[in-house]
Design a binder for this molecule. Sequence first.
Ligand SMILES: *[C@@H]1O[C@H](CO)[C@@H](O)[C@H](O)[C@H]1NC(C)=O
Ligand SMILES: *[C@@H]1O[C@H](CO)[C@@H](O)[C@H](O)[C@H]1NC(C)=O
Ligand SMILES: *[C@@H]1O[C@H](CO)[C@@H](O)[C@H](O)[C@H]1NC(C)=O
Ligand SMILES: *[C@@H]1O[C@H](CO)[C@@H](O)[C@H](O)[C@H]1NC(C)=O
Ligand SMILES: [Zn+2]
Length: 452
Amino acid sequence: MRFALVSALALPVLASAHGRAGVRHHVVRDGTVTSSASSTASAPASASASASAASSAVSSAAASSAASSAASSGSAVVSGSASVAATGPAMGTITFTLASTNPTAVPYSSITFNAPTQTTHAQTTTYSAGSVPSNIPNAPGIPNWAALNPKDYPTLDKTPPLDSDEVKQWIQEVANSGVPIPDFGPTNLGGCANNTAAAANASRCWWTCGGCERDYDVTTCPTKNNWGLTYDDGPSQYTTDLLAYLDQQDIRGTFYVVGSRAISRPALLQAEYIQGHQIAVHTWSHPYMTTKSNEEIIAELGWTKKIIKDALGVTPLYWRPPYGDIDDRVRAIGMAMNLYPVMWTRISSTQTFDTLDYDLAGGQATPVEVLDSWDAIMNNASQIDTGFIVLEHDLFQQTVDIAVGYILPEALARQPKYNITPVITCQEMPMSNAYFETNDNSTNTLPAGEYR
Ligand SMILES: *[C@@H]1O[C@H](CO)[C@@H](O)[C@H](O)[C@H]1NC(C)=O
Ligand SMILES: *[C@@H]1O[C@H](CO)[C@@H](O)[C@H](O)[C@H]1NC(C)=O
Ligand SMILES: *[C@@H]1O[C@H](CO)[C@@H](O)[C@H](O)[C@H]1NC(C)=O
Ligand SMILES: *[C@@H]1O[C@H](CO)[C@@H](O)[C@H](O)[C@H]1NC(C)=O
Ligand SMILES: [Zn+2]
């Protein structure tokens, strides 16, 4: 089951849609593999201290041999692999100097779609019923995750049926919300090219085709050098490694969780929440939401809100549309269901703050392209007056390897320092405002109220 879902999400057609308009550099595809990272000696104390966490996080022969060669040569972990060069996309050399890497990182040239499967690490800490995250003092205690039964939820990775009592009730609640839902219909699959009229129609405000945003969309962090750290599509079997690294570095982010993954790993979802991360909605089955009917959109969002509430005791007030696929109809239904949309920062059609990490797993991007796109994001971030929100994923081994081995250590070593936080924190709100039950209603209007 788990395998089936991963390959469904890894389909090239989806991955390339994910890749759409990212920041890409020209890459020298000469197959040269040289060490271009700076010495790990320049890493800050916090990065070196991460070695033990990361060595538990990433264990493979490649990682340990890379770590020992890095230790003996003093150069960082940027070794080539003939087998990857022979079977994978042509490997170049990154065009910038990494400020730091994790000493136990998998060599980046090995973080490809055909990388060998690594050992995963079981969750070591589970939380007992009644636990409360220390950053939300007024939260109810978490329920007993072991009492959750997948049989009480829809089939994984399919849009839930519309005839259940739950979905009927949510449809009624949307109708009663007072939020006007635009009456234009769903788009066709196939994006802008297969929807020329809708794509050209500014009154739809379809983000996918032109980047249209509404005022209440969360698209940046307002303050310069503030970075809203986000991971989509989990929790997965690799999320434990990411959580261990984030905890070691004392940084927290926002997880946009897929409902089908949440019912599959409720104890891991609880660990994200209790350890101080923000939890938000990313739909039940990860569809292109503008292609869905109103009722299907309600079912996708409603079941994901429900599994999160059942696992955590609180209901998110924020969601992110898969592939960023949102228009005014989808926005309105989300707002009627008390969900504000969160995107990632977009400067122009060719400059979005998408790491392209997802494309690693599908083979649409090489690790060199992903790291170069990362450098472009950091350069773009230095040029804008606001902070920013970056898109990353915790679904695949490759996306977690590139985050824990390269992107996060490099980001932590960059000057000036970034203030890396969950998105709600960079909006200058307490974590309690991330959830319906704990929101301060006197200062923060609920989405449905905001929209009317
Ligand atoms: C374009 O839309 C039509 C109508 O929905 C659909 O049958 C077709 O498969 C779509 N093409 C692509 C490439 O998705
Ligand atoms: C654009 O979409 C709106 C609905 O938002 C619709 O009323 C209008 O007719 C559309 N315009 C065109 C040219 O299709
Ligand atoms: C963003 O990065 C791209 C790629 O490096 C660059 O071409 C572009 O000028 C940058 N834009 C800004 C606003 O910094
Ligand atoms: C905010 O309002 C909602 C809905 O009325 C309520 O459930 C919630 O408890 C309120 N928040 C607080 C902190 O009382
Ligand atoms: Zn996603």
